[in-house]
Design a protein around this ligand. Structure first.
Ligand SMILES: [Zn+2]
Length: 347
């Protein structure tokens, strides 16, 4: 089969459009004919320097195939696989948990210590076919396109788990969403508007902020021009926002904390600009602030999201759809932050 694969880490040039063996499946697995695979920033990190990928490349004699956000049709079923049929249109849950640890048993498989991510620890969807355990295959509503479905898992799952499960966003809340042009940011904006909350959104360009306003953002802030916490406090007359969706890390941490109202909740899923942030502990307890983490999400949450997308209550933003062989170009689009919404590949 055709795939985009690489044998050593580096720039987008390492990605090769090449022939590799079609995966062979075990009894509990399905073979999926890939119809669309979305590109994530994680793919760029994996291609450049993530040590897990370096270890996989050292161990195996086969190249690595990226791609965690996959939609397609069931092409083959393992002997013991149940619940879907050949020909079904499905989206794949991106994580494969162990299913036997205490976290998996209590339904928090997103915290499983030994989980594997498709496209990361194992080969992914930048290919004509990919294999996965049958439990990862979620049937899609007819209304949903393969491209829209592939745009959802990592970005929407992360945003949903952050806002609904962790921060428990309410209709009366004000929420600040950082980097609204990215996958998690734009998903967070749609989910927040679904709840009825008032949304403050930041981005690096006025063009992205205009798109955010079209999607329902109430207050938009260009973070290149201004300290966003000052704008938040100004608009809320000193009160601050109830929830901050944070995924930037070190460079925005203090402004994010300063933007919180009394009883405010900051929820974080990423640290693009660095791992370490400080907090004024006195202000934290006096304002009864909560700082919480969020790590992807669960299959149950992904089923909810796919259902909502089938009802058109969530509509993934697609920046561009490229043929699989142009994966280098897709990576460059993300690398140069030229996209608003997801970039998808189609074999
Ligand atoms: Zn587990």
């Amino acid at each position: 089969m055709k795939a985009i694969a690489f044998s050593e880490q580096g720039s987008a040039e390492v990605l090769q459009y090449t022939d590799v063996p079609k995966p062979s499946i075990d009894a509990n697995e399905v073979l999926v004919k890939v119809e669309a695979c979305a590109v994530n920033y994680l793919d760029l990190h994996a291609r450049r320097n993530r040590p897990e990928i370096a270890a996989k490349l050292r161990q195996g004699d086969t190249p690595h195939i990226l791609g965690s956000d996959i939609a397609g049709t069931i092409a083959e079923m393992g002997a013991a696989a149940r619940g879907v049929s050949v020909g079904d249109r499905i989206v794949l849950a991106p994580c494969i948990p162990c299913s036997i640890c205490s976290d998996c048993h209590r339904g928090a498989e997103n915290l499983c210590d030994t989980q594997e991510l498709i496209g990361f620890q194992i080969n992914g969807g930048y290919a004509e076919y990919v294999k996965a355990p049958v439990q990862n295959a979620i049937r899609m509503p007819d209304e949903l396109s393969f491209v829209s479905a592939a745009a959802m898992p990592i970005a929407y799952l992360t945003a949903w788990h952050m806002l609904m499960t962790r921060a428990q966003l309410r209709p009366e809340d004000d929420i600040l969403i950082l980097g609204v042009g990215g996958g998690v940011g734009s998903a967070g904006l749609q989910i927040a508007k679904l709840t009825g909350a008032r949304v403050f959104a930041t981005a690096s360009s006025d063009e992205k902020l205009e798109r955010a306003r079209q999607m329902g953002a109430d207050v938009t802030i260009n973070y290149k021009d201004t300290d966003f916490s000052e704008v938040v406090l100004d608009v809320t007359e000193g009160r601050g926002v109830d929830v901050v969706l944070e995924h930037v890390g070190a460079t925005t941490w203090e402004q994010s904390i300063a933007s919180l109202a009394k009883n405010g909740r900051l929820v974080s899923c990423g640290v693009t600009t660095g791992n370490i942030g400080t907090i004024n502990i006195r202000k934290m307890y006096q304002k009864e602030l909560t700082v919480m983490g969020a790590a992807l999400g669960t299959v149950v949450e992904l089923r909810t999201l796919i259902h909502l997308a089938g009802q058109r209550k969530l509509q993934p933003i697609i920046d561009s759809v490229l043929p699989l062989r142009e994966a280098r170009q897709a990576h460059l689009l993300l690398e140069n932050r030229q996209n608003f919404g997801k970039v998808c590949l189609r074999p």
